[in-house]
Design a protein around this ligand. Sequence first.
Ligand SMILES: [Zn+2]
Length: 205
Amino acid sequence: MILKHFVQGALANNNYLLIDETSKEAVLIDCTDYNPEIKMELDVYKAKLKYILLTHGHFDHILGVENTKKNIGGEIVAPLADKELINHVDTFLYAYGVENVKVPHIDRYITGEDSLSFGDIQIKVLDLPGHTEGGLGYVIEDKLFSGDTIFKESVGRTDLPGGSFEKLKDSIETKVFTLPEDYTIYPGHGPFSTVKHEKENNRFM
Ligand SMILES: [Zn+2]
């Protein structure tokens, strides 16, 4: 499996492209903007984008979905419990003076009960409420794509609508810290980490 990392947008979001070379299927995790480099990577491997997987409903993770789908395809998949958040992304941004935001159309809403795959690679979906009510993590092989639940030596903010520090702490303790310690954590912003490093160094836990 090939993993490519793109830093996109004003808040320096991490978007991740994973390509299964065997089946030529790919997934994109979070979608800040449409980035033509993603299409170039898919073309290099002659791969097709199967899913655009969103970790949560905050604008900086989701607003590229329609343009990306228009250019390179992919089913847009988002957390069910963040449906309201996504449907009000325009009013949320309007409060910050950003006008004319189009609410993205989501093809499919999922929870931790759902299971997905691309090629022969399983995608385990984790419910990680706390940063938002619907936050999801995606475990693929020995990698956790954590969204804004956990960062290297830090955690996501919980003061925005739908946030709860108690839930965040519980999500990390019961879903993240129970993964094998050598798993890599790929967060929504900033540097990568491992489960072991966070167990030992995360100052919020
Ligand atoms: Zn967020």
